[in-house]
Design a protein around this ligand. Structure first.
Ligand code: 13P
Length: 235
């Protein structure tokens, strides 16, 4: 079983979600599909699709205007959440420690956190890719993590929405580092996803790389004609 996550970012509506869920329910796949939707669309998933949020608060509750707690997300029936997504790290100025607090809240409330790590273009250009990945993994995993109760997603930030992906060798090297760190920390069952510019055209090549257990898809998860072929082609 592979894991295919769609990140709708600030897109979609209830009608499109209902249609997408029906489409996915009608296909024959062993893959675990998770749709991370805007807060207003959160709901209970189905056998075929898990529903997730795109972020949760670092805090339990209180005076945090605009923030949404993991307990609130869980109360909608949703069962997962992204944390530390590149766009959230950028606009909320999240450090790895902040991301770990969000992931801790998620786990505390029985949500499956998908912890995103990855380097910026500037970090890549200065040879920091592997260091950023290593720190991202080590520092963003919360204290209440156990083997398999969270997911890591490697998203090279410069490749998000760019229509280009790192070379196969680069993706393989990144995932190898992550797998080694996770194994060392006792999390050998934690899945590792690749995200950034995944499409039906490149998903098979990406999925053939060692230590890639699934994909995190942005733009190509918005339309059924793009997303369904990705789900069905991953075996
Ligand atoms: P794209 O697939 O549009 O590059 O987005 C990737 C992403 O940010 C998924 O979280």
């Amino acid at each position: 079983m592979k894991i295919i996550v769609g990140n709708w970012k600030m897109n979609g509506n209830a009608e499109i979600l209902a249609e997408m869920m029906t489409e996915i329910a009608n296909i024959n796949t062993d893959n675990r599909v998770i749709l991370c939707v805007p807060y207003t669309l959160l709901r209970t998933g189905t056998g075929a699709v898990m529903i997730g949020a795109q972020n949760v608060s670092k805090y339990d509750m209180g005076a945090h205007t605009g923030d949404v707690s993991a307990a609130m997300v869980a109360a909608t029936g949703a069962s997962a959440t992204l944390v530390g997504h590149s766009e959230c790290r950028a606009c909320l100025h999240d450090t790895n420690a902040d991301v770990a607090m969000r992931a801790e809240q998620a786990i505390k409330n029985d949500l499956w956190p998908i912890i995103c790590v990855g380097e910026t273009a500037a970090e890549r250009d200065t040879g920091l890719t592997h260091k950023i990945i290593e720190l991202g993994v080590r520092e963003s995993i919360p204290n209440n993590a156990t083997n398999g109760n969270f997911i890591i997603a490697y998203e090279p930030r410069w490749a998000i929405g760019a229509g280009v992906i790192p070379s196969i060798t680069e993706i393989a090297a990144a995932h190898k580092i992550i797998r080694e760190i996770l194994n060392e920390m006792g999390f050998d069952e934690t899945p590792i996803l690749y995200g950034a510019s995944v499409s039906a055209d490149n998903v098979n090549e990406i999925m053939s790389i060692k230590n890639v257990d699934g994909v995190l898809v942005g733009g190509a998860s918005l339309k059924k004609d793009d997303f369904i072929p990705i789900i069905t082609s991953v075996k």
